[in-house]
Design a protein around this ligand. Structure first.
Ligand code: KIV
Ligand code: ZN
Length: 388
């Protein structure tokens, strides 16, 4: 049996970065982009070039700096946006224009103030222009899950006719339930893709009801072969589907979901830590896969089980997602070497000046606290950077 591949489309630098507390400067975006390349993402959405000069420069720089992943740039379905995205992607080894327009009546009436006919025309025009100037074109029907299905399919059929090969069906407001979303995907597969094997259905789920990952998995079952996601699940409002959760669900539940990804799972934790050290917050301790407590066992009965055989309470090993095995407990007696070693395990490199500042802050904290945890260390780097 051939195992089908799920394409991982990372939008940490776009949907993630545009959410509160997640802004990154150019250097940080390049650093994270390189880490995402190492992690093995297939498509890296680097920004929304028309949105700001910073986003334009970021897409341009990421296009020059990464070589393996396809670099995507977002643009509305209007000519100036598409042209800006084309310009930003000029140096990409593989470029993808990701153009979008809303298809729900509520967005048409109150946001776009456009008729259905106008939306169809804008879709066709934008894709035609993009197609001549990029390796690939992806089309997103914003608010797809609250759109009239007949109209949605009409717009998607226009997108295909003009040359889009990736059709993204966002649950923009995180409203869908898994079964419902799966139904939307299988309907589109039937009514738009038909026999065409070259058209990929992509999914993009927001987490307003905490269902982004569940919806993404349900959509894969229904035929989606690209998933859009972010590290640590950052993104608009309650966030996007978390990349690490989707990838590990597929990896651990091969019995029910026989798909593969190109993600190097041992790099998940270091990537999560790198992102936390760049933006202004880390993940909650009980966050799946990458949270501080994801592999911690406190209750005696659990500890006994795990010591006898980790499989009693662990469905994956910490090492498989890159959580370092550490025998070193950091406290007030720890020296700089131990601190540097721990930061390296967390995927964070400090120059001498940063180390000096962070070490002073670390010793002050260690004086007050018995043990200093990874989250504390990440916070110390953020605070030291803010004070510099
Ligand atoms: O949530 C959404 O609909 C989006 C699209 C622009 C893809 O982010
Ligand atoms: Zn989104």
């Amino acid at each position: 049996m051939t195992i089908e591949k799920i394409e991982i489309f990372d939008t940490t630098l776009r949907d993630g970065e545009q959410s509160p507390g997640c802004s990154m400067d150019l250097k940080e975006k390049i650093r994270l982009a390189k880490q995402l390349e190492d992690l093995g993402v297939d498509i890296l959405e680097a920004g929304f070039p028309i949105a700001s000069e910073g986003d334009f420069q970021a897409v341009k720089a990421v296009s020059e700096e990464v070589s393996r992943p396809t670099v995507a740039a977002l643009c509305r379905a209007v000519e100036p946006d598409v042209l800006k995205a084309i310009e930003a992607l000029k140096k990409a080894k593989k470029s993808r224009i990701h153009t979008f327009i809303a298809t729900s009546d509520i967005h048409l009436e109150y946001k776009l103030k456009k008729s259905r006919e106008e939306v169809k025309e804008m879709t066709g025009n934008a894709i035609r222009l993009a197609k001549q100037n990029a390796d690939e074109v992806e089309f997103s029907a914003e608010d797809a899950t609250r759109s009239d299905m007949d109209f949605l399919c009409e717009v998607l059929n226009i997108a295909v006719a003009e040359g889009a090969t990736v059709l993204n069906i966002p649950d923009t407001v995180g409203f869908c339930l898994p079964k419902e979303y799966a139904h939307v995907i299988s309907t589109i597969k039937e009514r738009v893709c038909g026999d065409r094997k070259d058209i990929i259905i992509s999914v993009h789920c927001h987490n307003d009801l905490g269902l982004a990952v569940a919806n993404t998995l349900a959509a894969i079952d229904a035929g989606a072969r690209q998933v859009e996601c972010t590290i640590n699940g950052i993104g608009e409002r309650a966030g996007n589907a978390a990349l690490e959760e989707i990838v590990m669900a597929l990896s651990i539940r091969q019995d029910k979901m026989p798909y593969k990804t190109d993600i190097e799972t041992t790099k998940l934790f270091p990537t999560s830590q790198l992102l936390s050290s760049i933006i202004s917050f880390g993940v909650q301790p009980n966050k799946a896969i990458v949270g501080r407590n994801a592999f911690a066992h406190e209750a005696g009965i659990h500890q006994h089980g795990v010591l006898s055989n980790p499989l009693c309470y662990e469905i994956m090993t910490p090492e498989s997602v890159g959580v370092p095995k550490t025998e070193i407990v950091l406290g007030k007696h720890s020296g700089k070497h131990a601190l540097v070693a721990r930061y390296n395990e967390l995927g964070i490199e400090l120059n001498q000046e940063q180390l000096g500042r962070v070490y002073t802050a670390f010793t002050n904290l260690a004086d007050k606290k018995k043990n200093v945890y990874d989250q504390d260390l990440v916070l110390l780097v953020q605070t030291a950077a803010a004070a510099a």
